[in-house]
Design a protein around this ligand. Structure first.
Ligand SMILES: [Zn+2]
Length: 214
């Protein structure tokens, strides 16, 4: 099971949003954003979401959590379910940013292009979007019915936000195919403007091991 979780972590969202729908926070809009280049097409993206739907809610609510494996329930019919879902879907051709502003105002769609014509698929409680740059999946989930309490955000103020580490790591860019990392035992290539590979550059700058190895 841990291998399957690793597959999810290798392809986890680039960033996430989790916004309470109402003031009592009974429901929240969960949103994950992936690079378009991560998936060959919209069908493959929807199949990925179906395969990992059991971990998306806990992951988006708290990306740093360590207990994801215990949430994962493999769905052996995920591929068929996704294919059937797509067969019955009625995709809209519309601007995703405008659509979100109108129908999901708590979501911050500021990262989206304001003039592109995107593909939006909506059902009762979830949504899939394909833009030139992104795949987006969003769903409404009840936080109170979670099988275990989510970590309190109070008291986490002094911790570095997840997105800062991840953004730092992503912006290091690709590793060289020809020039290797300076660390003796490392067989990865170095990144531009550094003598280290991505994880070792992270470690060198941040003074702690990189949480990422992709
Ligand atoms: Zn290295």
């Amino acid at each position: 099971m841990s291998t399957q979780i690793q597959k999810f972590l290798d392809q986890r969202p680039l960033f996430t949003q989790c916004h309470a729908v109402d003031r009592d926070a009974d429901f929240a809009i969960h949103l994950g954003v992936w690079r378009r280049s991560e998936f060959p097409d919209l069908n493959a993206f929807v199949a990925f979401v179906f395969r990992y739907s059991s971990v998306l809610q806990p992951y988006i609510a708290e990306p740093d959590r360590r207990d994801l494996a215990s949430w994962f329930h493999p769905d052996s019919n995920a591929e068929e379910s996704a294919a059937s879902y797509m067969t019955n879907a009625s995709p809209l051709s519309t601007n995703a940013r405008d659509w979100l502003a109108k129908h999901a105002a708590t979501v911050d769609g500021g990262f989206l292009d304001s003039s592109s014509i995107d593909t939006v698929i909506v059902d009762n409680d979830s949504m899939y979007i394909q833009t030139t740059e992104w795949y987006i999946h969003s769903f409404v989930a009840d936080l109170l019915d979670a099988p275990e309490p989510f970590p309190q955000l109070d008291g986490h103020e002094n911790e570095e936000p997840w997105s800062e580490d991840r953004n730092f790591y992503e912006f290091l860019g690709p590793e060289s195919d020809s020039v290797s990392c300076k660390r003796d035992v490392c067989d990865r290539g170095r990144v531009k403007h550094s003598v280290f590979c991505r994880p070792h550059h992270f470690e060198n700058v941040k003074g702690r091991p990189s949480p990422y190895t992709h």
